[in-house]
Design a protein around this ligand. Structure first.
Ligand code: NAG
Ligand code: NAG
Ligand code: NAG
Ligand code: NAG
Ligand code: NAG
Length: 609
């Protein structure tokens, strides 16, 4: 549906601002496809780019010119009619879509917004909507190119890009008559401000109903803290709308009842809102303007006002969710809404406040209603870039060294994997025969392990710890065939590694693991091949049952490894019997070279010499 995509590579610089910080001279442009290593990469959809967040290893491949593959996404069309106005903000669009699709409903899909309502949304608003697509599991989201994007590009020093996009604008909108796998229609006129939560972003309530829902469910009504800012809901427009709400309260002599924090998402926003007086208003109403960083959105918050375990309510305009994310307190009920609603609720100090209908009381007893917020989409005086703290690397980088502390728990320089030995893989001890579901989460658990992503040795401690051992139905408890004792999967693997010939990349000399129909095959197969591993499938799927947990397996046929030519497995059972099976693979010539070199990166290095 998105025609005319060119390809580019880019990096999101964490905490650096909205759409325009991509190193390698590539930016999110209309019509460009961009792979980034941040979950916020899809922001670029607000500029009409197909911008997808991937893991570091995938990004390295793309930078190295190795094709990046994914299972062809479905396309969900969201048709917008009507116009955004009043207290309703772009975030209400995504909150509503999240409510319809739920947190999983967008999985494996690209969400394409279209329709006449699009033009009533600011460019940064579209970016926010795309960014939050992650909440519904979407691969990415995208808007068609329009004049809002043109103005934003012009304001951020990219008028020449806008001119090219204008020239090809017919390619940057959905094709006539294109079909979607699923279509959702939203009338923006009927959209009401929403607040989602607690704990999960797909529990959507109209702001007018959240007070009643809280009373019914026993969620604390008192808002302890309102938090705005962080990566995208700190656009100039967002801050302007929040300040316009704050100013109305200040004019009546009223300050926030709750604590209120403001985290500018970038140096440019910090400098611009300071220059234009928004910071002062937000400070005067009782807010604390924090450093421009991710801030409490990712838990950079030494919260002191409640004790751990104490039930309480906070209201944020952050995205992303999980319990205890912001303040490490699992009893904190976090609700997500737009910055202007957060500001209004921080002023009112209660969830049971609907700014569209309810009155506030000024210190002199006067009752007043807040007017709908307004904020300029873009600063009239241009952005103030603030301090330039970027350090340019030298033109000739050959003398640069990457210094990684060898004591680091989080980072480890990756050593190249060994090449294929040139022989068949003989008598590999089965490490684990897995029973039931074996997804990437069973193979490499996420959560607290994610912090070790940059340290291969440490993250290996999560290998297969979630998978069920077919021998004893236990999780992370397998037999060490050298000692006869049971231990965790990583521990047994490490013991084998220390005792037997081992080549990382393949569980060779001795070790292998197998799983019934892993559901990750399609997209992960290429990744495994890139790492020099041998993903194989049974010609006859029921052969899986022939494998016994204490088997030794030989893989034969590697010397004449060729596309389309099956390999052979010989199973040596502990009772002395043997069986032979056929194993299929999907390697092509190039991928066979990756296997032989030990990994795709090794192969690239070989080709440079
Ligand atoms: C948000 O957190 C809740 C509670 O931990 C969880 O049930 C829900 O699946 C999470 N949603 C997402 C999108 O991670
Ligand atoms: C912006 O705020 C909304 C709540 O209104 C939230 O759902 C969304 O995730 C936020 N976006 C970002 C990128 O932080
Ligand atoms: C991570 O690696 C470091 C350095 O090799 C090691 O000292 C540390 O114990 C490891 N930490 C964990 C949690 O595995
Ligand atoms: C395995 O490969 C053979 C030969 O290419 C093919 O005939 C067979 O259908 C494949 N088996 C499966 C299950 O795909
Ligand atoms: C092999 O597969 C890769 C995808 O992993 C593809 O990009 C490449 O063009 C293929 N090479 C050959 C020689 O078919």
């Amino acid at each position: 549906n998105v025609a005319g995509a060119k390809y580019g590579v880019g990096f999101w610089k964490p905490g650096s601002g909205i759409i325009h910080q991509i190193i390698l001279e590539n930016y999110a442009y209309p019509g460009v496809m961009l792979i980034g290593t941040d979950s916020h990469t899809p922001n670029g959809g607000g500029l009409g780019g197909i911008c997808i967040g991937v893991g570091g290893a995938d990004a390295v491949d793309v930078m190295a010119g190795i094709p990046w593959e994914l299972k062809c996404p479905k396309v969900i069309g969201v048709k917008l009619t009507g116009t955004l106005s009043g207290w309703t903000s772009p975030k209400d669009v995504i909150l509503k879509v999240a409510g319809i699709l739920t947190v999983k409903g967008g999985t494996g899909a690209i969400v394409e917004y279209h329709g006449p309502g699009v033009d009533s949304i600011s460019c940064t608003g579209m970016a926010t909507i795309c960014n939050m697509g992650a909440e519904i599991g979407a691969t990415t989201s995208v808007f068609p190119y329009n004049h809002r994007m043109r103005t934003y590009l012009e304001k951020t020093g990219r008028a020449e890009i806008a001119a090219v996009a204008d020239e090809y604008s017919d390619l940057l909108v959905p094709d006539q008559g294109c079909e979607y796998d699923q279509i959702i229609e939203l009338n923006l006129d009927e959209l009401k401000p929403h607040i989602n939560g607690p704990f999960t972003p797909d529990l959507a309530h109209p702001v007018s109903e959240v007070g009643a829902a809280a009373q019914k469910n026993g969620w604390p009504l008192e808002v302890k803290v309102g938090l705005i800012g962080s990566c995208t809901n700190s656009s100039y427009e967002d801050m302007g709308r929040a300040a316009s709400v704050a100013k109305q309260a200040l004019d009546k002599g009223l300050k926030c009842k709750a604590q209120f924090t403001v985290t500018p998402g970038s140096e440019q926003i910090r400098a611009t809102i300071e220059r234009d007086g928004y910071s002062k208003i937000l400070g005067d109403v009782g807010g604390v303007v924090l450093a421009n960083a991710c801030g409490p959105c990712i838990g950079q918050w030494d919260r002191r006002d409640v004790k751990k375990g104490e039930k309480n309510t906070i209201v944020t305009s952050f995205n992303r969710n999980f319990t205890a994310r912001n303040d490490a307190n699992p009893a904190t009920h976090a609700f997500v809404t737009s910055p202007e609603i957060v500001t209004a609720l921080a002023i009112a100090g209660t969830l049971n406040f609907n700014p569209e209908t309810d009155y506030l009381t000024a210190p002199n007893g006067e009752k007043f209603k807040l007017e709908p917020p307004n904020g300029d989409e873009l600063p009239s005086k241009d952005f103030d870039p603030g301090q330039d703290t970027y350090q340019h690397p030298p033109a000739d980088g050959s003398s640069l060294k990457v210094n990684v502390n060898p004591q680091s728990n989080r980072l480890q320089l990756l050593e190249p994997f060994d090449k294929w030995s040139g022989n068949d893989l003989e008598n590999m001890q089965v490490l684990i025969k897995v029973k039931g579901k074996c997804t990437t989460d069973h193979i490499s658990a996420a959560g607290p392990w994610l912090k070790f992503r940059g340290h291969l040795d440490n993250i290996s401690n999560n290998m297969l710890i979630g998978a069920v051992n077919s021998e004893n139905d236990a999780v992370n408890k397998i037999k060490n065939h050298l000692t006869g004792e049971y231990g965790g999967v990583p521990d047994v693997a490490r013991h084998y590694k220390s005792m037997l010939h081992w080549s990382p990349g393949i569980w060779e000399g001795d070790v292998t693991y197998s799983a019934p129909q892993p559901d990750f095959l399609i997209s992960s197969e290429t990744n495994l091949k890139k790492q020099g591993l041998l993903p194989l499938t049974f010609n006859n799927p029921s052969d899986y049952d022939k494998i016994r947990p204490d088997d030794k397996i030989s893989i034969r046929g590697l010397k004449s490894f060729a596309p389309g030519k099956p390999l052979t497995a010989v199973l040596k059972h502990s009772d002395g019997t043997e069986e032979t099976l056929q194993l299929n693979h999907s390697f092509n010539e190039t991928q066979i070279q990756w296997f032989q070199a030990g990994s795709a990166l090794n192969r690239m290095k070989e080709m440079q010499h």
